[in-house]
Ligand binder design. Structure first.
Ligand code: SAM
Length: 270
């Protein structure tokens, strides 16, 4: 085994601030009966609190050299299960859905920042994951909570908010970690809901339209959509105006609310 020096390639910045750790536990939607998954337990800073607060913790850790920190926690807490695996190399949706059937699962984690968006989308796809409290880079948190007509608003915002309510729980300064990272962080809460999904007829088309609409930041909605879907601009503008007559050749994706993207999706195939 290699040394236990924190590994940059795995995004190892360990949370050392006890106040932040306690805040994560107290502000997360979990209780004594909860089942929790933790992605990247590291040296167990958060894990130690989680095992005391909930019924069962399943942790995924890529780095086996952290065993000397994690195995003793497991020995003292039989409700902790650790899989030393790369969370990106397994089908987490299948793993969680099969293991816990239809039981509700929360994800509470200080995740590795280099795979923030794949982890978020993985959690959104996993049916029995109902909510998550995730420590992420501050700038990414800002993108998730952004409103239309702001710089941080984009496809990522719309795709995540389509499936979950997003709330910023805690701001966390870089000095709360060892080693100190180059960025500040925030804990966000994702609470899944079906409000938008129920209104939208074709979820896959919704995703395609959102990604295409934001395709190139400087381009208009018309230019982005005509390029991706290989459509004549004039005909496309007519099609858009049949859906909503407020569309113009100057409309931009960053002005559009999630409701407007749903309206666009529902009208697109008619
Ligand atoms: N939770 C710990 C804490 O708060 O101190 C550690 C957080 S650290 C930001 C991220 C953790 O994720 C590290 O322990 C790292 O080894 C682990 N990790 C990185 N990539 C991973 C992957 N693909 N699968 C599972 N764990 C991973």
């Amino acid at each position: 085994m290699q040394t236990n020096r924190p590994k940059k390639q795995y995004g190892q910045n360990f949370l050392t601030d006890e106040h932040v750790l306690r805040e994560i536990i107290s502000r997360s939607a979990i209780d004594k009966d909860s089942i929790v998954i933790e992605i990247g337990p590291g040296r167990g800073a958060l894990t130690k609190h989680l095992v005391k607060a909930v019924k069962h913790v399943l942790a995924f850790e890529i780095d086996e050299t952290l065993k000397p920190y994690l195995i003793p926690i497991q020995a003292d807490n039989p409700n902790l299960e650790i899989l030393f695996q790369d969370v990106m190399s397994i089908n987490i949706k299948e793993e969680i859905e099969q293991r816990f059937n239809d039981q509700r699962v929360a994800c509470i984690a200080n995740i590795p920042y280099y795979i923030t968006s794949p982890i978020i989308f993985m959690l959104l796809e996993t049916n029995n994951v109902t909510n998550a409290s995730l420590m992420i880079q501050k700038e990414v948190a800002d993108r998730l909570i952004a409103n239309p007509k702001t710089k941080a608003y984009g496809a990522f915002t719309v795709l995540v908010k389509f499936e979950a309510e997003v709330k910023k729980l805690i701001s966390v300064k870089r000095g709360c970690f060892y080693p100190i990272p180059a960025v500040d962080s925030a804990v966000i809460e994702l609470t899944k809901h079906n409000t938008y999904k129920e209104q939208c007829r074709n979820h896959e088309l919704f995703r395609q339209l959102v990604k295409a609409s934001f395709g190139q930041k400087r381009k208009t909605l018309l230019n982005n959509l005509s390029q991706t879907f290989d459509l004549n601009k004039q005909e496309l503008l007519k099609k858009l105006q049949l859906i909503d007559d407020s569309y113009t050749e100057f409309t931009r994706a960053e002005e559009m609310s999630i409701d407007q993207f749903i309206q666009l999706t529902n009208g697109w195939e008619l």
